[in-house]
Design a protein around this ligand. Sequence first.
Ligand code: ATP
Length: 665
Amino acid sequence: MTLDRFHSSDVRISEDLDFSSLVSNPALLKGLVNSGYQRPSPIQLKTIPLGRLGLDLIAQAKSGTGKTIVFSVIAIEAVLSSQQGSSNQTTSSPNGAAQDKDRVIESPRAVIVAPTREIAVQIQEVILNLVRSELADRVTCHVMIGGMPIAQDRENLKNCSIVVGTPGRIKSLLDTDHLKTDNIRLLVLDEADKLMESVFKGDIFAIAKGLGPVKQVMAFSATYDDALLAELDHLVKNPVYVMLTDGTPELEGVMQYFKVAQLDEKQKKGSVFLKQDYMAEAKFSELEGLFTHVPFYQAMVFLNHRGRASNLVTFLNKRGWPSMHITSGISQTERLEIMSKTRKFELRVLVCSDLIARGIDVDRVNLVVNLDLPKDPETYLHRIGRTGRYGTTGLAVSIVDKAELKTIEILQKEYHLTIQELSKEDKVFSELTDRSKNRHHERPLQAAEDKDQFEKLEAERLEREGYVPSEDEAEGDSEVITEMVDESQEAEADSFVKFSASAEPLPRKQNTSRKSRKRQHPSQSSIPMAISSDFDKSAKRLRLTEEFATMGQLDEQEEYAEEQYDEQEREGLEEDGAYHTGAEEYYPFIPQEAGYGTPPMSTPFYPFHGTGEYAGRYDLPWYPSDQYAHYYHSAYYRQPATPPFPTRVFFPPDLVLFPASPYSL
Ligand SMILES: Nc1ncnc2c1ncn2[C@@H]1O[C@H](COP(=O)(O)OP(=O)(O)OP(=O)(O)O)[C@@H](O)[C@H]1O
């Protein structure tokens, strides 16, 4: 439900029209009104009539301006119109509702593909809301995504008018002939530019081919670049283009700021490892300051590091901000649970990777924070588009280190984004934090129960305000580790280290999926070679290559690839209809007596630091010796670096694994 409140021109239309001029079926119209949609947005006004005519479309409109409704309405209308005149046509009541005795058994008429499971689930919810009151018997919609039992999909396909899913799962249902294509007339690609990237492209083209020639294809996104548009042209024949933004699709209602996190003098002298760690901590405490001063209802915090995501969640929960995190390493059931908690307002903060930078719609999110900057400007725009939904207002703050400032400059200069500095001394900051003023990013909470829930969460948090971290947490055992570093080489090593920012204009990374790396013998991998050549025995330290320094970081492409891998590789395991985590594939050798059991897939990889083949095969941060694996492990988890080391598990021929510390888990 959407409140009657300020909406920016991003979603306002000048015509005095409502949905009745766009939708002919009275039951669908009622569904729109019941879901809170009165007046169409510009993209809805322009695109729904074209889609209903059966035209191929490539449409672009800013984040949160209602693209989902466009293709949902077109898909539902396609189902309804295909039922007219067919032999199993229902007897409709005067208002368009079907009689029970005439319940329609459907084979799919439309397939909607989205790059992530969360987006697919969200689209299904929108469609079910639209058909709930009067069309539930005529339009069935099921979501088919990786990480969930495929047997359920096969069952659901026995009566399903609209399939919504992720590429890998849809392709495997097509390959196994469970998804019948005879009646499919419409293919929708949501977040189409993402679906044209190498991770998905093969599957998308295979799906389009599998569906046969006579299809309407519609593609939607907030961002396209020329190369991806050219790819799309091979798929969407003779498209009508509806492009609603010139240049950068910056949302009018989202104010963007950046804030620089600093190290103190003592920290600046730390080792490169420790400086990374200190910077992460400095960013955490900037975030805490921001949360304490700037009022918000819900926030999404993006970062590029799985291990740090779980550390941040621990940090925030201790301080009274109920938080959870979603990255690709989390099992699908858990991911859905976390999204549901976010939607129910049980969480104040969702910590996430770029997996959910796109498409996710949580109306109460009025603050987005980047703790690391993303790799490309499109992802930046998608991230900040998680607030300011449907022309409302929101705040986006990037907490950056000095190196990342360069990326901010690129976003400002080359992409013409208005990102202002936010420093505590600023007027802007005091305005944002002045509770007596009408803050531009604050929006009313929609439901009465939301207000109660907000008060409850705030009261709980205030009780914990003034949380003092334990000594371990505050200082750790970093001194011990610092001593291991030869300071004379500090500057040299620093020159190898780059955080996520780049002086180049935000390059795209190549797709290096876990699948491909997993199968590579370490001797074939460039990463171990690069490290070992930089291992200076006399100085007893590593010289960091850029690749090495960024290990442990999440890569957006890689995360998406992992989703695909999960879907395709586990297919065989799911024949019995049970859900297999795949842990047995990833950790076949971890012996029970080591004290772990088999870790679930949701276990982040980064508590482990390995050497030799183990690291190469399982995509762990790689070290040339157990000493250095331990060194990094200790620096990362703030454990003493002195022997005795934590339990070591040896695998032939030269495999060493350090267990995660209790601190990190
Ligand atoms: N006509 C409308 N009137 C009121 N609210 C609307 C309307 N259309 C969409 N909305 C609401 O706007 C929000 C954003 O819509 P939606 O998720 O479809 O945007 P989007 O353009 O697909 O965004 P993204 O690019 O992030 O995927 C949703 O909460 C939706 O309920």
